[in-house]
Design a protein around this ligand. Sequence first.
Ligand code: WT7
Length: 670
Amino acid sequence: MKKHNHQQAKRPTTDKRSNHQAKRPAVSYIIKRNGAYWPSKEMKKIANISDPKIYEKAAKDPIKFWGKLAEEGISWEKKWDKTYVEKLPYFEWFKGGKLNFCINCVDRHLDQPNKTALIWIPEPINEKPIKITYGELHNKVSKFANVLKQNGIEKGDVVSIYLPMVPQALIAMLACTRIGAIHSVVFSAFSADALKTRIIDGKAKILITSDGYYRKGKPEDLLKKAKKAAKRTTVKKIIVVSRIGKKVRGRKFLNFDEELEKADDYCEPEMMKSEDTMFLLYTSGTTGKPKGVIHDTGGYATQAYWTCKWNFDLHPEDVMWCTADIGWITGHTYAMYGPLLTGATTLIYEGGPTFPNPGRWWKIIQDYKVNVFYTAPTAIRLFMKENPSWIKKHDLSSLKILGSVGEPIDKKSWMWYLEKIGGSRCPIIDTWWQTETGGTVINTLPGIGPFVPTISGKSFPGTEHVIVNEKGNPVKKGESGFLAQKSPFAPGMLHGVHNNHKKYVDTYWKKFKTMYDTSDGAHIENNLIRITGRTDDVMKVAGHRLATAEVENAIHDNKKVGDCAVVPMPDKMKGQVPIAFVVLKKSKPSEKLEKKLIKYVDKKIGPTARPKKIFFVDDLPKTRSGKIMRRILRALLINEKPEGLSTLINPDSVEKIKTIINQKIPTSNK
Ligand code: WT7
């Protein structure tokens, strides 16, 4: 068979090498000046970018700027004809260009086949971690790509992936990109129902899953949910990773590793158009139905590559640990693809953060000399509760950059992260972005600074965000408003919503027409952007995105429920938690029924969506047109005076609800 040598697709040679891994006292990458933190000389010395002029330079001609970055960072089979084409609400980057994403992540690093691409840490402490080199990754991905082909997967077909954090997840995803199949990864904690909706929407032909995984020391079954979800769908075959040693029988099932072993180790990569769909990822909108966000190949690759290099100052010799699950965009871009595109090493961990003790994460950082650590505020808050000796026991001097993502980070958590984990030596990069943006778009660059608690920073070079009012006009300096992105839109941005043009238009373009509506609120402070949170009916529960309507739909499905409203309530640990207000048809309210309904949500969506509390009420506050005023319920939960009572047809309902809330939640706990 003719074997192409894709090593010709060489890695970029622009890497500034750093020697921060050499043995010497922990380096300080920041200095404190005028109440803020700035990059130290050491940081500037190693930083991939440290000249603040980059912002102006990029702003002069953002299209040309991105074109240059795409050329430098990504290996193309054929150069594009047009760098950017915009016909709103759609736009395309690198039109006419051809590339294969897998070559960019794997083949082009084969000049160093023995370099570690992936470190996998299983949860059980007696089980050995696995290191996979770029050479091995190439072999496994090629083989698994052939397994997919043998099972009828062709370019453009959708493959559903429902896996925990195991190396096979990465192998399966990359194998899809090698042959031009579209992967649709579904978070393994989602329910069978949630998986089923996503399989059906994507018309997936194959489902890749595992028999289970370890969590908090116990094997958890995954296959049962997977089987249930795949019933009466387009799924013809289920490929199962054997993780907890369950017996799997049936014509529909194949064993992941056995099939991989048998397959040929050469697989010609499929050359894709830059704007061809690479993956779908479902996320919550304001309605009950999750939408399949479409990401393309060339634009996504460019943004994933450069944001790793500049936001996280990732160098090829670095180990990056992004704690996000692959079921989320953060897991896609920064636990998997970004680090591989840059030829660095990525570390993934299977299990719970505090198993077998709260020192587990810090031991991993110490043992594997992690340089870039990226996690969510909710995880930080979890560790703040623990005894600090769990951290002090471990040597965290390998750390260079700390990242935060998923929700606004409060000052206290920011300072704790900086001092306790970063030893007051590492910058915290607070990255604002979304499933839709594919990669980070607002944050501070480590070589430039400043690092200020609760501030995300500036638009990534070559992108521009503005803060506007309802009409899309810029607000006065310092005032809060809606965060919108201006043209040209970042290359990693979504390319539509799968099978739903209307939803794409309504969600992102209806409000501001020529600007992308992020649905977040923000304001500017000292020329830097502070994100204030969602402006729509979307919650962030422990960093997970969840529509209030999704939870409402799940509760509504129960026959006993007449009416229901779900709103987020601030929570010390999780940021926000869903609270449900339920009007029962006939049944009497009881604790038993509350538990039953909570379980019901678990089954319909998954444990992340579980309401923290259900209040049974007689009536929900509604406007004359029948719209539930969730804003009023939100105010009542935090003991604030609700506004807009005059628009209600049933203002009496408010006092009654207030009484019920006060009975259940003592004021001191709010
Ligand atoms: C929403 C997107 C993309 C990464 C994971 C979440 C919120 C995200 C920040 C941040 C304040 C943030 C926003 C955004 N968000 N990062 N650094 N500071 N808020 O992706 O699930 O699509 O959620 O997360 O509200 O719209 P996602």
